[in-house]
Write a protein that binds this ligand. Structure first.
Ligand code: ATP
Length: 198
C-alpha cells in the first residue's frame, strides 16, 4: 500500500541532509527545534554517500555514519534515518532525494533544513531552481556567514561541528557531552577518526 494513503502518513516532513560524520548534539537539538517550530511530523536524517559539496573529504563509511544516527535518534518519535542517498550510486544530489521522497509521500509538505554555511554555494547545487520548487528551505543560523537570504530561519547558536568532534578524537581529547554516549561508543568501537585524514 502507498504509505501516504494510510491515515497516519506524515504530512509535514523535513529533509535534513549532511555528512553526519559524526552526528552530534548540534544536529539533534536543531532537528528538535525544527520539529516543534515547523510543526513537523517527521525529520528525516539523510546521510550523504558522497557529498558533492565536500569532494575532498573522505568520510567514515556510510553504514557506520548511518549506525551512529540510528543510535542517536533511537526512541525519538518524529526522527527517522533515511538511507536513500547511501543506497544510490554516485554523488548525493539533493534534487534526486527530494524527487524520491516526493514519490514516497505525494501529499506531504516537504521542508529542507540546512545550515547557513551552505548558502554562499547554494546557487551551484544541481538543479537548484527545481529543488527550490520541490521543497521549502529553512535555514539554521550558524553565526558563520552574513549571507543575505529570504528563507525562514531557525535561530539557535550552537558552536558545535563534526569537524571539531573528529579533530578532538584524533588528538585524544574528550568528546563527552558533545555527542550522545551511544555515538561515542560506536566511534571508539570502530576506531573512527583516530587520524585527521578525513
Ligand atoms: P563538518 O564539520 O564535517 O563540515 P557539520 O557539523 O557542519 O560537519 P554536517 O553533517 O555537514 O555537519 O551538517 C548537516 C547540516 O547541519 C548542514 O546543513 C550543516 O550546515 C548543519 N549544521 C551542522 N551543525 C550545525 C550547527 N552547529 N549550527 C547550525 N547548523 C548546523
Amino acid at each position: 500500500m502507498n504509505p501516504a494513503s494510510e491515515p497516519s502518513a506524515p504530512r509535514r516532513i523535513a529533509l535534513f541532509g549532511g555528512s553526519f560524520d559524526p552526528v552530534h548534539h548540534g544536529h539533534l537539538i536543531l532537528a528538535r527545534d525544527a520539529l516543534e517550530q515547523l510543526q513537523l511530523d517527521l525529520v528525516l536524517f539523510i546521510p550523504a554517500a558522497h557529498s558533492p559539496h565536500k569532494p575532498d573529504t573522505n568520510p567514515a563509511p556510510g553504514h557506520l555514519r548511518a549506525e551512529m544516527i540510528a543510535a542517536a535518534i533511537e526512541g525519538e518519535q518524529g526522527f527517522a534515518l533515511c538511507p536513500l542517498e547511501l543506497s544510490r550510486e554516485g554523488p548525493s544530489y539533493s534534487i534526486d532525494t527530494a524527487h524520491a521522497l516526493r514519490a514516497l509521500h505525494p501529499d506531504a509538505e516537504l521542508f529542507f533544513l540546512l545550515g547557513e554555511d551552505n548558502l554562499p554555494l547554494l546557487h551551484t547545487w544541481r538543479r537548484i531552481d527545481e529543488l527550490r520548487a520541490a521543497v521549502r528551505f529553512v535555514v539554521y543560523g550558524r553565526g558563520t556567514t552574513s549571507h543575505a537570504h529570504d528563507f525562514p530561519r531557525l535561530q539557535r547558536r550552537l558552536d558545535l561541528s563534526a569537524t571539531e568532534i573528529r579533530q578532538r578524537v584524533a588528538r585524544g581529547a574528550s568528546i563527552r557531552y558533545l555527542i550522545p554516549d551511544a555515538v561515542q561508543n560506536l566511534i571508539h568501537r570502530h576506531h573512527l577518526y583516530r587520524s585527521t585524514h578525513h
